[in-house]
Design a protein around this ligand. Structure first.
Ligand SMILES: Cc1cc2nc3c(=O)[nH]c(=O)nc-3n(C[C@H](O)[C@H](O)[C@H](O)COP(=O)(O)OP(=O)(O)OC[C@H]3O[C@@H](n4cnc5c(N)ncnc54)[C@H](O)[C@@H]3O)c2cc1C
Ligand SMILES: NC(=O)C1=CN([C@@H]2O[C@H](COP(=O)(O)OP(=O)(O)OC[C@H]3O[C@@H](n4cnc5c(N)ncnc54)[C@H](OP(=O)(O)O)[C@@H]3O)[C@@H](O)[C@H]2O)C=CC1
Length: 475
C-alpha cells in the first residue's frame, strides 16, 4: 500500500522470514466481507512490481525511536522517517520450555506437529478457539482428548447453540476431500513430509521459537489442506471433549516413576507425558497441543523505548494506527486497537483484520507524509469474518456473540440439523450481529440490515422464516 501510495519514497520491508506472503485473488464479497488468498512469493516479484520497494531478510534486533533507526540481526542499521511494526504474534503456550507442549503458528511449527503426530496414539489439545476447532476436526489416526474451559466448544467464535449444531460433525466421517486447493501451500524450501463426551468417528519440542529470527508468518486459512494430519493408529477420528476444565499440571513419566503415584500409571497406561485436569481426571498422551491464544511479538521493539502497551500485550494504536512513539505505526496481530470503536466492531487477531490494518496503516503513513487528511476506514465500522469450521462455511458479523451487550439483547435462531445454523442478535429491535453457518446466502442482506440499523421490531420472528425470501424482501 505504502509503495503504491508514495512511488517517490523508498520503502523497505524487513522480515525475519525467508518468504514474502502476498495477498492474491482479493474478492470483496460485500461491503465489509472479503475473501482472499495468501501466496508465498519470491521477493523479486514484489520488487519488480514496486520499483521503490527493497526487501531485507533479517530479523529486527532493536529499535531506537529517538534516533529513528532499526538494527537487524545481521548488524545493519536502517534509518526511517516512518516505521510500521507488523511483527505478528506467537502462541501463548500453557507452559514454556516443556518439550511435550507444542504450539502451532508457522510452517516450522506445523511441520513439527505433523512429525510428532505421525508417531502418536493419543494427544491432548487444550484451548477452545480457532486452532483447536481446526485440529479436532482434521486429526485422524490418533485419539484426541480436547480440554475446554467452557460449557460448549468454540467459545471464541460461537455460542452454545452453534456448538450443538456443529458437534455431530465430530462423530460423522469427514466428507471426501474436495478438489485440491489451488492455492500454493505454505512451504519452506523443503517440502513438508508427506462431564465428557466421546465421539468415535529434529527439531526440538520448542516447536515454536521465541526469538525474532525463528518466528515465521502465521499460517492462516487452509493451512492443513495438503498436509496429512494423521497419527499412528488405524482409527479414523476419535475425539473426547472434557468440558469446563483447565490444566492443573503436566508431568512426565520420569516424574511418575519417582513419585509414589504408581497407581496413576497403572490407571492411565504408560505414556511419555501426563496431563492432570481440574476436573480431577488425568490423561497420559504422546504430547500436548497448547492452542491457547497468542501474545503479540513486541520484544525487540520495547527495550529502550516508551511504547504504551495494552493489557493483552499489544502495542496500543490510535485511529491512524499510530503507536505512542512518534512516527511509529503498528498493524496486525502485534497491535491493539485503542481508538473509540464503532459499536459493531471489535478486534480479533485474524488474517482479515491484519490485511485491513496493514492497508489502512499504509494509507495513513502516506497521508501523514504528504500532509493530507485521512479518515478511519469503513472496514472498521462492522466486524466481519468468513471462515470454515467442520467443513461448514461460517460468517460472523458485528456483535455475533452479543459481546458487550449485557442482558439487554434478543436472539433469533433458525437451525436445520446438518444444514444450517442462523443466529441473529437484536438490540432495541435493531440487528447488531449474526452467526451464519452453512450456505445460508444471508450475509449480504444481514450486513445491510446491521449497517442501516433499521427497526426490525415489526417483523419479529418472521425475520428468520425460511419461507420468506428475506433477501428479496429487503431489496
Ligand atoms: C494455525 C493458524 C490458522 C489460522 N487461520 C486463520 C483463518 O482461517 N482466518 C483468519 O482470518 N486468520 C487465521 N489465523 C490468524 C492469522 O494467520 C493472523 O491473524 C495473521 O497472520 C496476522 O498477520 P500479521 O501480519 O499481523 O502477523 P504474521 O502473519 O505472524 O506475520 C508477522 C511477520 O513478522 C515477522 N517478524 C516477527 N518478528 C520480527 C522481527 N523481530 N524482525 C523481522 N520480522 C519479524 C515474521 O517473520 C512474520 O513474517 C490463523 C493463525 C494460525 C496460527
Ligand atoms: N478460522 C479462523 O478464523 C482461525 C483463526 N485462528 C486465529 O489464530 C490465532 C491463534 O489461535 P488459537 O490459539 O486457537 O487462539 P484463540 O484466541 O482463537 O483461542 C484460544 C482459546 O484458548 C483458551 N485459553 C486461553 N488460555 C487458556 C488456558 N490457560 N487454559 C485453557 N484454555 C485457555 C481461550 O479461552 P478464553 O477465550 O476464555 O480466554 C480460547 O478458547 C487466533 O488469533 C485465532 O483467531 C486460528 C485458527 C483458525
Amino acid at each position: 500500500m505504502l509503495s503504491s501510495q508514495i512511488p517517490s519514497a523508498d520503502v523497505a520491508l524487513i522480515t525475519a522470514g525467508p518468504h514474502i506472503k502476498a495477498v492474491t485473488n482479493y474478492k470483496q464479497v460485500s461491503r465489509t466481507l472479503e475473501e482472499f488468498d495468501v501466496e508465498e512469493q519470491p521477493s523479486s516479484v514484489l520488487e519488480e512490481k514496486f520499483p521503490n520497494l527493497t526487501i531485507i531478510h533479517s530479523a529486527v534486533k532493536s529499535l531506537h525511536t529517538k534516533s529513528h533507526c532499526v538494527e537487524t540481526a545481521d548488524g545493519r542499521v536502517f534509518g526511517y522517517k516512518k516505521l510500521c511494526i507488523c511483527s505478528g504474534a506467537r502462541p501463548k503456550l500453557l507452559t514454556q520450555d516443556n518439550p511435550y507442549v507444542l504450539g502451532i503458528r508457522d510452517t516450522d511449527s506445523a511441520q513439527e506437529f505433523q512429525k510428532r503426530l505421525s508417531k502418536a496414539k493419543r494427544i491432548v489439545i487444550v484451548g477452545n478457539g480457532g486452532i483447536a476447532l481446526e485440529l479436532v476436526y482434521e486429526v485422524e489416526g490418533c485419539e484426541v482428548i480436547w480440554a475446554v474451559k467452557d460449557k460448549a466448544i468454540g467459545n471464541t467464535f460461537f455460542d452454545a447453540g452453534a456448538a450443538q449444531f456443529l458437534i455431530p460433525s465430530l462423530e460423522a466421517d469427514k466428507p471426501q476431500a474436495a478438489a485440491p486447493c489451488k492455492r500454493p501451500r505454505y512451504t519452506t524450501e523443503e517440502a513438508a513430509p508427506g462431564g465428557s463426551h466421546t465421539f468415535t468417528a529434529d527439531r526440538s519440542s520448542q516447536a515454536y521459537g521465541h526469538g525474532p529470527t525463528d518466528s515465521g508468518s502465521a499460517l492462516g486459512p487452509d493451512w492443513h489442506e495438503g498436509i496429512a494430519l494423521r497419527g499412528a493408529e488405524q482409527v479414523s477420528r476419535r475425539v473426547s471433549v472434557e468440558y469446563q476444565c483447565e490444566v492443573e499440571k503436566i508431568f512426565t513419566s520420569e516424574v511418575l516413576h519417582k513419585s509414589p503415584q504408581q497407581t496413576l500409571r497403572t490407571e492411565c497406561g504408560d505414556w511419555p507425558v501426563y496431563v492432570r485436569l481440574t476436573n480431577a481426571k488425568t490423561f497420559g498422551c504422546d504430547f500436548v497441543v497448547s492452542a491457547t491464544g497468542v501474545v503479540p511479538n513486541t520484544e525487540p521493539f520495547l527495550q529502550g523505548n516508551t511504547f504504551v502497551v495494552a493489557d493483552d500485550g499489544g502495542l496500543q494504536v490510535d485511529d491512524h494506527m499510530m503507536t505512542s512513539e512518534p512516527d511509529v505505526y503498528a498493524a496486525g496481530d502485534v497491535c491493539t486497537a485503542c481508538w473509540e470503536q464503532s459499536p459493531l466492531w471489535q478486534q480479533m487477531r485474524l488474517w482479515t483484520q491484519a490485511r485491513q490494518m496493514g492497508w489502512y496503516a499504509g494509507r495513513c503513513m502516506a497521508a501523514h507524509s504528504l500532509s493530507e487528511p485521512v479518515e478511519l476506514d469503513f472496514c472498521f465500522e462492522l466486524f466481519s469474518h468468513i471462515t470454515k469450521f467442520f467443513n461448514y462455511k461460517v460468517v460472523l458479523l458485528g456483535k455475533f456473540n452479543g459481546q458487550g451487550l449485557g442482558p439487554d439483547h434478543e436472539l433469533l435462531v433458525r437451525c436445520t440439523k446438518g444444514q444450517e445454523y442462523v443466529k441473529v442478535v437484536l438490540s432495541g429491535g435493531r440487528m447488531v450481529g449474526a452467526v451464519l453457518i452453512g450456505e445460508t446466502d444471508l450475509e449480504e442482506t444481514f450486513e445491510n440490515l446491521i449497517l442501516n440499523q433499521m427497526d426490525l421490531t415489526p417483523y419479529g420472528e418472521e425475520l428468520l422464516n425460511p419461507d420468506i425470501d428475506i433477501e428479496d424482501y429487503f431489496d
